[in-house]
Ligand binder design. Structure first.
Ligand code: PBG
Length: 314
């Protein structure tokens, strides 16, 4: 059954198509420029206008969705830029929906890009993250994104109970139709390094291991995903993707809801760097990696390769 291309296609079990891809975009305020990210060739922080153009090009190639990350002009202790109705993501969502009404606009909900200390929640005087106060601010952020017209809200902070808090707030304020894509199993990973350069969100002290998951735990990932579904998540995400293919499979089998996998910045950087050094065939490696993520059980893949992959697949 492997002798010809037609035979192989006839029995191929896993399909990779642009319709399952989400392109992350970094949108910045305070400059009209494109700021390249050193560790991620081909990825940059964009002004809103440039990001709208990028999104249009991705959509033309067949990518149906983007995931927005905001880079505000100012940061403070409580990340107030995250829930400012005139904040970077809110302004961007309006511009995206106006320019590309059919494009799905997902927004990342977290405080780390907006707090002066770079943590995903509010930090107490004793240095601990205050889970429950953080929930209020995260819910405010989600509400503000939904009000701007976001098609789906993606909380990535890993506070306990945030899906329920966001769902309640959205429902109470007339956004019961806005789905929640929850980063349910988000591991404390070394592969986020380049992203933190892109978003300027590296923690100023400590690390994220008191709220992100221990890379050694898969039962716990299933538990986290089931809890999020219980609280109202419409899709659950596993992140990173490639070192966690078993987790993707188990989360898919135990939740039976749509599962997204985030092929993160470090995974992208590895392939780009290897290809640039002449060590790998980039296109073949990317297609194989993403097919593997789909085969593991991901319905949706969030990837910085999205536009190129869509072009290759066309
Ligand atoms: C933070 C957030 C992170 C990513 C998305 N949202 C990383 C972190 O915990 O610092 C990582 C994405 C990537 O590496 O591509 N809320």
């Amino acid at each position: 059954m492997r002798r010809t291309g037609a035979l192989r296609a006839l029995v191929r079990e896993t399909e990779l198509s642009p319709s399952h891809l989400v392109l992350p975009l970094f949108v910045q305020l305070g400059t009209e420029e494109r700021t390249p990210i050193e560790a991620m060739p081909g990825v940059a922080r964009h002004s809103i206008a440039l990001a709208v153009e990028e999104a249009g090009a991705a959509q033309a190639a067949g990518v149906p969705a983007v995931l927005l990350f905001g880079v505000p002009a100012d940061k403070d202790e409580r990340g107030s830029g995250a829930y400012d109705d005139e904040g970077v993501v809110q302004l961007a969502v309006r511009a995206f929906k106006e320019a590309h009404p059919e494009l799905l606009v997902l927004t990342d909900v977290c405080l780390c890009g907006y707090t002066s200390h770079g943590h995903c929640g509010v930090v107490r005087a004793d240095g601990e993250i205050d889970n429950d106060i953080s929930l209020e601010l995260l819910a405010k952020t989600a509400l503000s994104h939904a009000g701007a017209g976001a098609d789906a809200i993606a909380p990535s902070d890993m506070m306990d109970g945030r899906v329920g808090a966001l769902r309640a707030q959205l429902d109470a304020e007339g956004h019961s139709g806005v789905p929640i894509v929850s980063y349910a199993a988000k591991f404390a990973s070394a592969f986020y390094g380049p992203f933190r350069e892109a978003a300027g969100s590296a923690p100023a002290f400590g690390d994220r291991r008191s709220y992100q998951m221990d890379p050694a735990n898969a039962d716990e990932a299933v538990r986290e995903a089931l809890l999020d579904v219980d609280e109202g998540a419409d899709m659950v995400m596993v992140k990173p993707a490639l070192p966690y293919l078993d987790v993707i499979r188990r989360v898919k089998e135990s939740t039976r809801v749509p599962v997204a996998a985030y092929n993160v910045s470090g995974e992208y950087a590895m392939i780009k760097a290897a290809a640039a050094a002449g060590l790998l065939d980039e296109r073949a490696a990317v297609l194989e990696a993403l097919t593997g993520i789909r085969r593991a059980g991901a319905d949706v893949i969030v990837t910085y390769h999205a536009r190129e992959v869509a072009q290759w697949l066309n």
